[in-house]
Design a protein around this ligand. Structure first.
Ligand code: SF4
Length: 226
């Protein structure tokens, strides 16, 4: 289970189930959503320049995720790099890629980049899930920081910036995500149990269909309700 799958399940267990068992029922991505994904990727790459000289473990395809996990494990164990991009971690069949992992004076620090001008509750939950997987996989994380856009960052100029520092704000969220660790543990159990069901859970459409993200099964659920 990935971070995005966990967040999907937290939004709606039916969406979690359909995404895994009936992915062909998903609505097509709109051009706006595609542009948003591309923008997020560009912002993430730009933010890596805040920590230059790292080694990139980005998997080229989902089949390479295990390789990223293995490379990360070796890099940490051997202290061969102090800065890792897209570091892979796995615990209890949960898998995450962390944007930036940095070895500082007191130990490992995690940085996750968000293409947004403020921190939302979903970003905190998402960070809590990452922290849960990383620390349970055996890494003693000293801190977990969200890196998000300052007012100086213009999404239309992502290819033009040379001075990166003013474009981002860093905020430690470790205190907030520590208090969510038990919730993560319980929600993971609920989501794994849902994925074992023979058919999708009976859940009516409601506010959860758009919060925190527009669900990509709205077309299917709307047709089914008619
Ligand atoms: S459209 Fe709504 S009810 Fe249907 S899977 Fe998505 S969130 Fe759940």
């Amino acid at each position: 289970m990935s971070k995005s799958t966990f967040i999907r399940g937290n939004q709606c267990l039916k969406s979690l189930y359909l995404n895994k068992k009936r992915p062909y029922l998903r609505d097509k991505l709109s051009p706006e959503q595609l542009a948003k994904f591309r923008r997020g990727h560009k912002v993430g790459t730009l933010a890596q320049k805040l920590f230059p000289g790292g080694v990139d473990f980005s998997p080229r395809s989902p089949s390479q995720y295990q390789k990223a996990v293995l490379q990360t494990r070796i890099a940490i164990r051997t202290h061969s790099y102090n800065i890792l991009y897209e570091a892979g971690f796995q615990y209890d069949r949960l898998l995450i890629l962390l944007d930036i992992l940095v070895y500082e004076n007191d130990g490992w620090h995690a940085y996750e980049v968000k293409s947004a001008y403020k921190i939302s509750n979903t970003f905190i939950l998402d960070a809590a899930f990452q922290y849960y997987v990383i620390t349970n996989s055996g890494i003693d994380l000293k801190d977990f920081t969200l890196v998000y856009a300052s007012e100086a960052l213009d999404y239309e100029k992502l290819d033009e910036y040379e001075d990166i520092a003013p474009l981002f704000i860093r905020q430690s969220v470790k205190d907030r995500i520590l208090s969510l660790q038990e919730y993560i543990r319980e929600q993971v159990k609920v989501e794994k149990a849902t994925l074992m069901l023979d058919k999708s859970p009976q859940i009516d459409m409601g506010p959860q269909c758009y919060d925190p993200y527009p669900c990509d099964f709205i077309g299917h659920c709307t047709r089914s309700a008619q």
